[in-house]
Design a protein around this ligand. Structure first.
Ligand SMILES: C=C(O[C@@H]1C=C(C(=O)O)C=C[C@H]1O)C(=O)O
Length: 193
């Protein structure tokens, strides 16, 4: 392989390390539920589930979720769409050792947003956000392109976060698509995030 390191993103604890344009940084640093913010920016919000299935975790997420390289996970991938256009690609993994009682609603989510269960469940603890640029060569880059097309010579800004509940954990990665920058601020919150 020409450059195996491209398969690994350099996850950073601070968004400034990405040197993202200001408006993208504003999205990357969204506090609370991203679903709630996207809903506030659109007349019609939809979670389009691409798949939810058994899979192998990505090389740069194994350690973060306490699995060996090529550990087995349940994987869910979605597009978060506002007014008919995908704005965020969501990739979530749950180690296979986690039980249904750790994440009772996960397997039955369908096209409901994971955010609606994570942010309203008092037992869920949220970890530190990490940020990275996702470039060609990274598996998520290929999956985004398979889902929405887009040029090969681009990069995406992403963030990820571990959520814990009982003994279980899940890792949510959100890849922000350029179309997120086309969203208009909600009229009721002109001067807020
Ligand atoms: C974590 C959240 O949930 C969103 C919902 C997702 C899903 O349903 O799979 C994936 C990524 C998230 O952006 C959120 O709203 O903040």
């Amino acid at each position: 392989m020409r450059n195996a390191s491209l398969r690994l993103a350099a996850w950073q604890p601070h968004p400034g390390a990405l040197r993202a344009p200001d408006r993208m940084r504003d999205w990357l640093t969204t506090e609370g539920s991203l679903t709630a913010r996207l809903m506030a920016h659109s007349a019609a919000f939809r979670v389009r589930r691409l798949h939810q299935q058994a899979a192998t975790c990505l090389a740069d997420e194994a350690r973060t979720i306490g699995l060996p390289r090529r550990g087995r996970v349940w994987e869910r991938e979605v597009l978060l769409e506002c007014d008919g256009r995908p704005r965020v690609f969501g990739h979530t993994v749950v180690p296979m050792g986690c039980t249904a009682s750790d994440w009772p609603l996960f397997s039955a989510l369908g096209e409901r947003s994971l955010g609606t269960t994570l942010f309203y469940d008092p037992l869920v603890r949220r970890g530190q956000l990490e940020y990275a640029r996702i470039r060609a060569g990274h598996p998520l880059f290929r999956r985004v392109r398979a889902a929405i097309g887009g040029p090969e010579d681009t990069l995406y800004y992403a963030r990820r976060c571990v959520y814990r509940r009982h003994q279980g954990l899940l890792l949510v990665t959100e890849v922000f698509l350029p179309a997120v920058l086309d969203l208009k601020r909600p009229t009721t919150q002109q001067n807020t995030k």
